[in-house]
Write a new protein. Structure first.
Ligand code: FPP
Length: 271
């Protein structure tokens, strides 16, 4: 198979030019700028089900099927970390049937998908609190984490009973308990006390179903993440839709509050 490289420049909305290198394998172009860490708010399961006259849980099940496809796509696209928002600290407020159903889905995913995920080199991690879950389910999650701990093709962080504010509160409590000198508290130190310690901040956060909210998801880690919001409901967020998000990401100019890093866009950077 012949690989060809091409350089393409374009003008962004801010009027500046960007340059990107693409590699083409026959007709399938491969973007070289791939985010290391993608985080997803898998929203719209309920509306997906409602629009088909189905119960909400059918939407969550369809969303689970889709998750399997997106995990595969992550491996294929070379993404190293995927964080998914599966159950928030606020989701306990949903009807009992739906909460139980989501717990059952987590159990089902471990029972039915773990062996394959393990074979594919996926490492499972959990962020959030396990304590409120049924002890048997907690045990299953811990076993899955242990089984896959040496895998490194894709790190899959499952945010389950997770809330960003809760995570920061826990970090503050532990920093105080550890007797850390206030002068030693900086951004790096706080990051080390979060559930995501050791995981790079998400480069790209995707939210499906069109809502323009952060919803208590990775509120510390997402400080400089790029966002991609689509009106597509999560069960319909196919690999092709995912690819659109990655294409969009590849064109973003991440300045982190500074100036563009490309010399042609920023004469101040030219020696
Ligand atoms: C938000 O859609 C989705 C959730 C609260 C749950 C997401 C869970 C899955 C996709 C299942 C995968 C789970 C595990 C444990 C791996 P919504 O119900 O708020 O949708 P709506 O806004 O249309 O009502």
């Amino acid at each position: 198979m012949v690989n060809t490289r091409s350089r393409r420049s374009w003008r962004c909305r801010d009027g500046q030019h960007r340059l990107c290198i693409f590699m083409a394998k026959k007709e399938t172009p491969v973007l070289l700028q791939v985010p290391t860490h993608v985080a997803i708010i898998m929203d719209g399961n309920g509306r997906w089900a409602l629009s088909r006259g189905l119960p909400r849980l059918a939407g969550h099940r369809a969303g689970t099927e889709n998750l399997r496809r997106i995990i595969r796509a992550c491996v294929e696209f070379g993404i190293k970390y995927l964080t998914i928002y599966a159950f928030s600290t606020e989701n306990w407020g949903r009807p009992r049937e739906e909460v139980d159903g989501l717990m059952h889905i987590l159990e089902d995913v471990i029972d039915k998908e773990l062996a394959e995920l393990n074979n594919e080199g996926v490492q499972l991690r959990h962020i959030g609190h396990l304590e409120r879950l049924d002890p048997k389910l907690q045990e299953k999650v811990l076993e899955a984490i242990d089984l896959t701990k040496d895998n490194n093709r894709l790190i899959l962080n499952v945010a389950f009973n997770y809330g960003g504010r809760d995570e920061i509160i826990c970090a503050i409590q532990r920093i105080i308990t550890d007797g850390v000198n206030p002068d030693a508290v900086d951004s790096d130190l706080v990051s080390k006390y979060l559930f995501t310690a050791g995981v790079p901040d998400p480069d790209l956060i995707i939210r499906t179903s069109g809502e323009l909210r952060v919803s208590n998801f990775l509120i510390w880690q997402g400080a400089y993440s790029e966002w991609y919001v689509t009106s597509v409901y999560w069960p319909d967020f196919t690999k092709e839709e995912f690819r659109k998000a990655l294409d969009t990401y590849a064109l973003r100019d991440r300045r982190y509050g500074g100036l563009s890093s490309t010399p042609e866009d920023n004469p101040a950077h030219v020696d």
